[in-house]
Design a protein. Structure first.
Length: 154
């Protein structure tokens, strides 16, 4: 799919995808989904499919199993709710982003080399919380047996 100015809803037995607008391209294969320049609300429920999204703005809800999730967000940020079971989350945010963070990784760790967050990797469940800039949208990240990495866009 490419350059779709209206809402899209796509459903298969393994994947349910909804997005408000696609100014770039979206490619989906059996084990992966790659897309760029997406405006949310963006909603994805899938399993065993690696997700790689670039230039993502607006509200985001992703629930995946057995695969990594890599997101590169741009302004304006919206609320994010990203969950993976047996997968990693790699989130890149604009350097001057304002947001609230609530992240948890059971059986994994949380890394935030660019944003000063309150990270606690000492227990079975790693946590990270913080408010950046003026606060704003809530970014909620949950990983079960996977690392969460939060960094600034390059």
């Amino acid at each position: 799919m490419a350059h779709i100015a209206k809402q899209v809803h796509f459903s298969t037995p393994r994947t349910d995808l909804q997005l408000a607008r696609l100014d770039g391209e979206l490619t989906m294969e059996m084990d992966s989904l790659h897309a760029n320049t997406i405006t949310g609300p963006f909603r994805l429920e899938t399993s065993s499919k690696s997700v790689h999204l670039e230039d993502l703005s607006g509200d985001v809800h992703i629930n995946d199993k057995n695969a990594p999730i890599e997101l590169q967000a741009k302004a304006p940020l919206g609320n994010m709710d990203v969950t993976t079971l047996r997968g990693e989350i790699d989130l890149s945010l604009p350097p001057n982003a304002s947001f609230q963070l609530d992240a948890q990784s059971m059986g994994g760790e949380i890394q935030s080399p660019d944003f000063k967050v309150n990270v606690d990797n000492s227990g079975r469940t790693a946590t990270a919380t913080g408010t950046f800039g003026k606060g704003g949208p809530m970014i909620r990240l949950r990983a079960d047996h996977g690392t969460i990495q939060i960094k600034k866009n390059e």
